[in-house]
Design a protein around this ligand. Structure first.
Ligand SMILES: Cc1cc2nc3c(=O)[nH]c(=O)nc-3n(C[C@H](O)[C@H](O)[C@H](O)COP(=O)(O)OP(=O)(O)OC[C@H]3O[C@@H](n4cnc5c(N)ncnc54)[C@H](O)[C@@H]3O)c2cc1C
Length: 338
């Protein structure tokens, strides 16, 4: 195995040796301690790219590793991100990577991280063909949506089946909307969610998958919120132009232009293997100010840490993690002069 060298990707600058002062210029840092990255960021979505920008602007040596599918792979556009409303996910990432190019201490690598070992100050990041050493790590690995076994769900996900009205609602306002309930775990949020959707459209139809029974009290709340509620389960979803048809067990069919669903999610294997503390909903438990996880030296940001999932919130959390780690590194007594 080879070691990924923090200085390899940039010009090797001839610089004076470090003096006794704790201040180190950006140029010096580019060339200092060539063995170890200040921070390895895993995941190059909005959270990881934003963390890299913050740390790059703080002259930190950063390796951003990204590989694998991104969460919004099925979506054509990112909405509700100020200045980027309507940008495609690919364009979003390519603009961010282009902007990172000016920061000489940041390297972006299209490579998956298999394993992380070691501890704060000396993490070994296994990239398969090589190992990178890092003082700190930021996990921005997103979440994996599990497709429901309902026939047709998978093919329509990201097109006419979506999770967030702020992301997709405005374009289809005043059209026929539905909410698909697949688990009693979502019952608590259902009536407020349906009431909220009625701000976009008059037509909100609540559907259930097989085996899910809505309690009578919940049905009443949904009707009060202005939603129609199906009495039998949905057996199949079929595309119908840019809309979809939901076939019910009763033999009826409900035509919808947009269907909301919140399928279960899981972490990527790398994160599962780190055995970090989770919150009750299964997301990485982080300090709200620093994004620090339960393992010293490992921070996390973005979808992996919350059900409040959006590109701009992920980017904000990434920036927060970056700033917290810069402070942490700057005040680490073992790193004076680096
Ligand atoms: C269909 C759909 C449409 C959406 N539309 C919108 C929208 O319009 N507006 C909006 O704000 N939000 C939208 N979202 C939500 C938004 O996509 C996420 O909230 C956002 O992408 C989260 O950013 P992130 O950086 O946390 O994770 P991600 O964007 O998922 O990025 C995580 C990255 O980490 C990589 N990764 C994972 N494991 C590893 C590993 N071991 N090594 C290296 N890399 C790894 C993944 O491949 C991925 O590239 C949408 C989501 C979905 C599902």
């Amino acid at each position: 195995m080879t070691t990924i060298d923090p200085a390899d990707h940039r010009q090797n600058l001839a610089l004076p040796a470090f003096g006794p002062h704790s201040y180190v210029s950006c140029m010096q840092r580019t060339n200092a301690d060539r063995e170890t990255w200040d921070v390895v960021i895993v995941g190059g979505g909005p959270a990881g790219l934003s963390a890299a920008l913050t740390l790059g602007r703080a002259c930190r040596r950063v390796l951003l590793c990204d590989a694998g599918p991104r969460r919004n792979a099925a979506a054509a556009h990112i909405h509700n991100f100020v200045t980027r409303d309507g940008t495609s996910p690919d364009e979003f990432r390519s603009i961010a990577r282009k902007q990172l190019e000016r920061y000489a201490t940041v390297q972006v690598l299209d490579s998956g991280v298999r394993r992380i070992e070691g501890s704060r100050g000396a993490f070994e990041v296994d990239l398969g063909e090589s190992v990178a050493m890092a003082r700190r790590v930021v996990l921005c690995t997103g979440m994996v949506d599990e497709m429901l076994s309902l026939p047709g769900f998978d093919a329509l996900w990201g097109e006419s089946i979506v999770q967030c009205p702020y992301c997709h609602g405005w374009e289809l306002r005043d059209q026929r909307w539905g909410v698909l309930v697949h688990s009693p775990e979502t019952f608590d949020h259902l009536a407020p969610f349906a009431a909220m959707l009625r701000g976009w459209t008059q037509v909100v139809h609540v559907l259930t998958t097989e085996g899910v029974q809505l309690p009578d009290a919940l049905r009443a709340q949904l009707r009060e919120a202005g939603a129609a509620v199906s009495t039998t389960a949905t057996l199949r979803l079929s595309p119908n132009g840019s809309s979809l048809d939901a076939e019910l067990a009763s033999g009826e069919s409900v035509a919808l232009d947009l269907l909301f669903a919140h399928p279960p999610q899981h972490h990527v294997p790398l994160v599962r293997g780190l055995e970090l503390e989770l919150d009750p909903a299964g997301y990485l438990k982080v300090d709200p100010n620093t994004q620090a996880t339960s393992t010293p030296g490992i921070h996390a940001a973005g979808d992996a840490t919350t059900r409040m999932q959006s590109a701009i919130l992920g980017a904000a959390a990434g920036a927060k993690a970056g700033a917290a780690l810069n402070l942490d590194l700057a005040t680490d007594p073992t790193l004076r002069g680096l």
